[in-house]
Write a protein that binds this ligand. Structure first.
Ligand code: SF4
Length: 295
């Protein structure tokens, strides 16, 4: 494993799907099943140092270390809050910053991860939005957050994942899908929630996945006028369009769509707002997370 930097000549393996991993390893490994063995070591057991892949011969481990790398994000800072959440501020290879947050809740552990470094959607209540657009993360950079947190925070391999860190996952859906395929041996789609500000083409695309994660919507206002004020994306995909997409979304049995709703004093927290919200959600299997916004 390398944190933060790799030797230039080395080939990065983290994030490669099995066929591409096998292709990259072909000049070095003697038997085809070795690629599967290495893939399992990384994504099933969370081993990101060749030296620790003790089911491989010592010679092969040394050769792998000389030619390849498995680069995890580097930890810039670790912030533990009173409620026991731990935020990891991370630096990627090109210096971009992202974050991952471990949220323990009694018996459950949930890791909130980033899909982009920065975000161009400019939601008024969001620090990431304030700093503006950055770039999409690769599948390896998404997976790297999980493997790093597994190791540093002793997360179980079956941790729940939410894409609610930096970025809008629907604008980087291909890398999100590739990352989830890599993590699938330990994290089933039922343990994953993809949260969107309401990017309708992304919701439709997610609906076509054969194995779908849970869906969450950052809603935060019951009407277009107020939602557009705090979430500019609403001007592109107003509520009628968003809810039409949610009603055609192929929700599996016993699943619900989660709606995140920031309670902003004097803005969206009146009983009539609750009524308007209830009317919007009528007939849609849903649950609402009310989140008081601290000024
Ligand atoms: S979509 Fe998410 S990350 Fe982007 S600005 Fe809005 S709240 Fe922030």
């Amino acid at each position: 494993m390398t944190t933060g930097s790799t030797t230039e000549a080395k080939v990065e393996l983290l994030g490669l799907p099995l066929p591409r991993l096998a292709e990259a390893l072909a000049p070095l490994v003697d038997k085809p099943f070795r690629a599967r063995q290495i893939h399992d070591a990384i994504y099933r057991r969370g081993v990101t140092a060749f030296d620790e892949m003790t089911d491989l011969s010592r010679d092969l481990r040394v050769a792998l270390g000389e030619r390849f790398s498995l680069t995890l994000p580097a930890i810039r800072e670790r912030l533990r809050a009173e409620d026991a959440t731990t935020k990891l501020l991370l630096r990627l290879e090109d210096g971009a910053s992202i974050e991952a947050v471990d949220i323990p809740d009694r018996r459950r552990r949930t890791l909130c991860i980033s899909s982009q470094a920065g975000c161009g959607l400019a939601c008024a209540f969001c620090v990431t939005g304030f700093w503006g657009a950055g770039r999409n993360l690769s599948a390896g950079e998404i997976v790297g957050q999980v493997l790093l947190a597994r190791r540093e925070l002793e997360l179980p391999p079956t941790v729940n994942l939410v894409f609610m860190g930096m970025g809008e996952p629907m604008l980087n859906l291909e890398a999100v899908r590739d990352a989830l395929e890599l993590l699938a041996p330990t994290i089933s789609p039922r343990r994953v929630t993809v949260s969107t500000a309401g990017v309708v083409p992304g919701i439709d695309a997610l609906g076509r996945w054969p194995r779908r994660p849970n869906l969450a919507i950052s809603l935060h206002a019951p009407d277009d006028q107020r939602r557009s004020r705090i979430m500019p994306i609403n001007r592109s995909y107003p509520l009628d369009e968003l809810f039409a997409a949610l009603r055609r979304y192929p929700l599996e049995a016993r699943r619900r769509i989660t709606f995140e709703y920031l309670l902003i004093e004097g803005f969206n927290d009146e009983p009539r707002d609750a009524d308007a919200l209830a009317r919007r959600l009528a007939g849609l299997p849903s649950k609402v997370n009310l989140i008081p916004l601290n000024p």
